[in-house]
Design a protein. Structure first.
Length: 629
């Protein structure tokens, strides 16, 4: 026997679970049963795909089932499964370390507030360790499919665990796992058959494998006029694939329960779409949208997505191949009648059947969302509050559905409170308005006060405020909404829309000043021009249509992008501004030097760009200030 320590994170987690997160100790059973169900899924898949394992069916692999055996008097519960099992190494790494990103995230998110944190348990599913809420000792005996040896892992959930090889009566004769729980005081309430049935029905009714409970059942004996206990085994769950049942038979609660059982989420889902396709391809999909976007949705190791079944047999869990990346928040199942059972991941990637299902599923999800946007705006607002950003990601990769996505995405606007759609903004367009305009940047208030918006405000033209960090990247690739152009107001070409007859005249008039400023700023700018878009500010920075903006470049540099070619912004000058008029009176004066730099630097600051040399800026500002006092 070897005594081993838990990984530090495991000890931390165990401490937390036992000492502060006890609001729903009953979830231990859901976690243990779902592990059994996962183990049965994995083994079933191997018996379909691996010859070596296939050969063991009936000789070392038993039919799939989960058994609960309760001993009320000794307050112990055994949960056994005929699943894939674990060898010695597996026991150490799966039950002794936190290998799962979900649990790591869980630890990172802990706030110290027990009520909030216990909700997080639901979101992440702390998994196996939750058993120590109710146990003072747990023994996990397991034999891995294809192996001959049985190992036992024992722990009190405090310091560490022991692992030993077992033989004789303790040995398992076929693949599987047996978890023996010794209930502690808090867990004693679960040493009760009726209570266990209730919990299984609540959390695990839709587990696709039969769950049997063996316990002492009290029954009234009429002859003896007393209730006597008989050892009874009964099946507790429905053990059917709920998604295959007709919609008419399914209640909201069935959908909610199934959602919780496959995701471990605590909350009810926001939406679900259940579809059965018949025709050339036969398949069923049941998609859910969680009420809250998972906290790790934007992390590279996010695991979520949709499970693939073939003829009700679980094949794999995958977020990448089954739905596009931007829909990774969608949970649920796809069950196909047409795929072969022994599909491998590689085959799946280029499988025509799956591609068709995928295409149809994306269309379905997006069109359902569109319906909800129209029929239940309040619910749609809740959806948008969580998922506007992933939808925007879709603009980047899903060209086929771009128009629908543009319909679904919501925007802040210079004209309306809250959020608006492009369709609504289009409705509000002025008769002479040539395009739909937007501005991108880091902070909403900065954008709302940007000098770039002045002219639009004056002309009563709406500008959409895009302050999400991905907006600039994503929308630079979107040039149209239906037949209307979509234009960034900080791109130089947009000023074409603002031109009128007086423009060339003004440019001519300002030329001496423009030349002087250009000479002063030298390499720092690409060009200095007359601005058509300013009302109250003297200057503004714009970039060319096909160039990343100044702010975007700073972001890319911050993210480690090296060797970016030096970008030169274009400085635009407001010919009607008092300062410019004064400068124009004496364009060659040496005072124009300081003014030129201040006009440039202030424009950069308003664009959210940090100045290269703030000291020089401040010195210059003070010099000018000094002259003016
Ligand atoms: P999760 O199920 O989310 O991976 P858990 O903490 O519930 O996390 O379980 C950790 C790991 O232990 C599982 O991923 C699995 O590899 C292993 N495990 C737990 N229970 C069983 C079981 N009954 N049969 C086989 N493996 C199991
Ligand atoms: Mg688990």
């Amino acid at each position: 026997m070897s005594k081993q320590q838990f990984q530090t994170e495991v000890s931390q987690l165990l401490q937390l679970i036992v000492h502060s997160l006890y609001s729903h100790p009953e979830i231990f059973l859901r976690e243990i049963i779902s592990n059994s169900s996962d183990a049965l899924d994995k083994l079933r898949y191997l018996t379909l795909t691996e010859e070596r394992i296939k050969a063991l069916v009936g000789k070392g692999i038993d039919p799939p089932r989960i058994d609960l055996d309760l001993d009320e008097s000794s307050k112990t519960l055994t949960i056994s499964d005929t699943g894939i099992g674990m060898n010695e190494e597996d026991l150490v790494s799966h039950l002794g370390t936190i290998a799962r990103s979900g649990t790591k995230n869980f630890l990172a998110q802990l706030s110290g507030d027990a009520r909030k944190d216990s909700n997080l348990i639901g979101q992440f599913g702390v998994g196996f360790y939750s058993v120590f809420m109710v146990a003072d000792k747990v023994e996990v005996t397991s034999r891995k499919a294809g192996d001959a040896k049985t190992y036992k892992w024992t722990s009190d959930g405090k310091t560490g665990f022991d692992i030993e090889e077992v033989s004789g009566v303790d040995e398992l004769k076929s693949a599987g796992t047996r978890v023996l729980i010794h209930f502690n005081d808090a867990g004693a309430q679960y040493a009760n058959g009726w209570r266990l049935q209730e919990i299984i029905k609540k959390y695990s009714n839709h587990i696709a494998f039969p769950i049997f409970l063996t316990h002492d059942k009290s029954e009234w004996n009429d002859e003896k006029k007393e209730s006597i206990k008989t050892r009874t085994m009964e099946q507790v769950n429905a053990a059917s694939a709920m998604w295959q049942r007709p919609k008419s038979e399914l209640k909201d609660d069935d959908y909610k329960e199934f959602y919780k059982s496959i995701t471990g989420d605590w909350e009810d889902p926001l939406l679900w779409f259940h579809t059965r396709a018949e025709g050339t391809l036969e398949y069923t999909t049941l998609f859910y949208i969680p009420a809250k976007a998972p906290l790790d949705l934007y992390q590279a190791d996010y695991k979520g997505g949709v499970k693939l079944y073939v003829k009700r047999v679980f094949i794999m869990e995958d977020s990448r191949d089954l739905l596009p990346q931007y829909l990774r928040f969608v949970r649920g199942i796809i069950d196909s009648e047409d795929l072969p059972l022994n599909v491998s991941r590689e085959i799946l990637q280029q499988n025509k059947v799956l591609t068709s299902i995928k295409t149809a599923s994306v269309k379905k999800i997006l069109s359902e969302l569109k319906n909800i946007a129209a029929s239940d705006p309040e619910k749609y607002a809740t959806f948008i509050a969580e998922y506007n950003r992933p939808l925007k990601e879709g603009l980047y990769g899903d060209f086929a559905n771009r128009e629908t996505l543009l319909d679904l995405i919501r925007f802040k606007s210079s004209k309306v409170d809250g959020l608006t759609s492009l369709a609504e903004a289009k409705e509000r367009m002025q008769p002479e308005q040539k395009a739909l305009y937007y501005i991108t940047g880091a902070s909403e208030s900065m954008l709302r006060n940007s000098p770039l918006l002045e002219i639009y405000r004056k002309k009563d033209i709406e500008v959409l405020i895009l302050d999400d960090e991905i907006d600039e990247i994503v929308f630079s690739s979107v040039s149209k909404f239906g037949d209307v152009d979509l234009k960034a107001v900080n791109k130089s070409a947009t000023s074409e829309d603002l031109k009128d007859e007086s423009t060339p005249e003004k440019a001519e008039e300002l030329k001496p000043l423009l030349d002087k400023i250009k000479a002063t700023l030298g390499d720092a700018v690409k060009d200095v021009r007359v601005s058509l878009r300013l009302a109250d500010s003297p200057s503004v920075i714009v970039s060319d249509e096909d160039e990343p903006s100044a702010r975007m470049r700073q972001m890319m540099q911050a993210m480690g992008q090296k060797n970016m070619p030096e970008l030169k912004p274009t400085l635009e000058i407001n010919p009607d501004h008092e300062i410019i008029k004064k400068l124009l009176a004496n364009p060659t004066s040496s005072r124009v030097d300081d003014a030129a730099w201040l006009l440039f630097d202030q424009a950069l600051l308003l664009e959210g760009v940090a100045l290269k040399d703030p000291t020089v800026f401040v010195q210059r500002l003070n010099r000018v200030l000094n002259r003016s006092i």
